[in-house]
Structures are given as C-alpha cells and as structure tokens.
Design a protein around this ligand. Structure first.
Ligand code: MF3
Ligand code: CO
Length: 255
C-alpha cells in the first residue's frame, strides 16, 4: 500500500476543491425543507458544482447515478436521489458530496434535520460530528492512523451508539478513493505513520442501534439492519506537522 504525499501545488488545489465543496454543502443546508424531493437536492448540488467549473466525482463512480448521496433516517450512506422520495418534517438527511477541481478531489458529508427533529436525533447528529473531531485530534505527523480510528469508536460507544464496520474513510487526492483505508473502529496494530502532506477523508458513520448494515435491492443504498437512525460526518483533511487542516469546513461552521 502506498500513500501519496501531495505537493505544495496539489495542496493549494485541494484547498480550493475543499472550499468550493463546503460552499455547496452550505447552500444545500439552506435549501433543505419539507416537501423537497431528494432528487431536488441532487439537482441543486450538481448545478452548483458545475457552475463552479468543477466535476461531480460521485456521478458515474462505479455506476452511481447522481452527484450527491442523499440518505434519509435509517439510510446510512449512498442513498440514490429520487423524485418520489419527499423529505418530511422530522426526517434526518445525510448529504454526501464531492467534486473535482483542476484534477484534485474533495469529499464531505453532513447530516441535517428537516424542520423540528427529535432530541434523540439531534443527539445522534451531534455525537457523530464530535466523534470526527475527537478522531482528528490525533491526525498529525508522527502519529499512527489507527489512533484516529480508536478515538472515533471510543467516543461514539461512550455515548451509547455504534460505528458502522462495513464502510470506511479513505485517502483522497488525484482520485476520490486512495490508500489508506480509514476505519472508524479499533484495529490490530497501529496503521501507517502519518506524514505531512497526506490528505484523508475521515468519515464516521454512526448508528443509533446496532452497527450492522445491509444493502437495498438498488445495490447502493446502505441501511441499518435494525432500522435505527444513522448519521454521517465527513471532511477532507490535510495532515500537517502539528495537527491537521480541515479543507471542507463550511463558512461559519463550528466544530
Ligand atoms: N462519499 C463516498 C465516500 O466517502 C463516496 C460515494 S461513492 C458513490 O467514499 F459512488 F456513491 F458516489
Ligand atoms: Co468519503
């Protein structure tokens, strides 16, 4: 397995890829409302990406038919946008999106509530987000990759939830998915030593109930096996000598 170190030029382009993607997420967040279809969300996101002169990297990836994965309630990830799936008050919706800017990729996900959501759903979303930040505290040169994995799992499980085992984060750069794989749960061994210039997509997927998931007949949509809610939070990050830089934070977004 070889993990690429990005050049200063590539890092500049990845910063821009990340900044533009964060703007897409902000616009999608502002647009979400009951009555909107998941297809509407995808259309809006794809248009914004193309208006930036970028390419939606998810579209046609292994045959995936849309620019954005829109996953509602017990859908974990890779929900396929549909005109027939209408967002309703009280739903939680995970938006996973990426783009290519001048050959460099970005990838980020957020889970939002539609209108007023239950306190339980709010807590799940907040624990998922915080688990990402607990994980990336360990993302710095000289640390080992699986320290991030363990920190995410520990935080999630301390709050009574579970982390999905069947899907993981990944390196990112000139491709959407590069080495290394980044599990959100403890591993044997330490994993690779982190170096400045590595760019990673860290993406905890957290279930309210059991971590088991299954695939729907569309061969894409991943759902919780027990039907419990699931949330997702992902950013593209750059490893630096004393920590990491998050390349896909939305303007005004707090950790
Ligand atoms: N964001 C997903 C990931 O983190 C990629 C989705 S692949 C697609 O790996 F095909 F569903 F678009
Ligand atoms: Co990803």
């Amino acid at each position: 397995m070889s993990v690429s170190i990005k050049s200063p030029k590539q890092i500049e382009l990845m910063r821009e890829a990340g900044r533009l993607l964060a703007l897409v997420h902000l616009e999608l967040y502002k647009a979400l409302k009951p009555g909107m279809s998941t297809w509407d969300v995808d259309q809006l996101g794809e248009k914004m990406i193309r208006d930036f002169g970028c390419i939606p990297n998810f579209k046609n990836y292994n045959g995936y038919p849309a620019a954005i994965c829109v996953s509602v309630n017990d859908e974990v990830v890779h929900g396929i946008p549909s005109k027939h799936h209408i967002l309703q008050e009280g739903d939680i919706v995970s938006l996973d999106c990426g783009l290519i800017y001048k050959g460099l990729h970005s990838d980020a996900a957020r889970t939002w509530g539609i209108g007023e959501i239950s306190p339980e759903a709010k807590r799940l979303i907040s624990v998922t987000k915080t688990s990402f930040f607990e994980g990336i505290k360990l993302a710095k040169e000289g640390n080992h990759l699986f320290q991030i994995s363990a920190a995410i799992q520990d935080y999630v499980e301390a709050h009574g939830y579970s982390v999905v085992r069947d899907l993981v984060g990944h390196g990112i750069g000139t491709h959407l998915h590069e080495d290394p794989q980044i599990p959100n749960f403890r591993q044997r061994g330490r994993g690779i030593r982190l170096q400045s210039g590595m760019t990673l997509a860290v993406e905890p997927m957290v279930n309210e109930g059991h971590y088991d998931v299954e695939w729907l007949d569309d061969d894409w949509t991943v759902v919780t096996r027990d039907g419990s809610l699931s949330a997702h939070y992902e950013n593209t990050i750059l490893v630096t000598p004393d920590g990491c830089e998050i390349l896909t934070m939305m303007p005004g977004e707090e950790p």
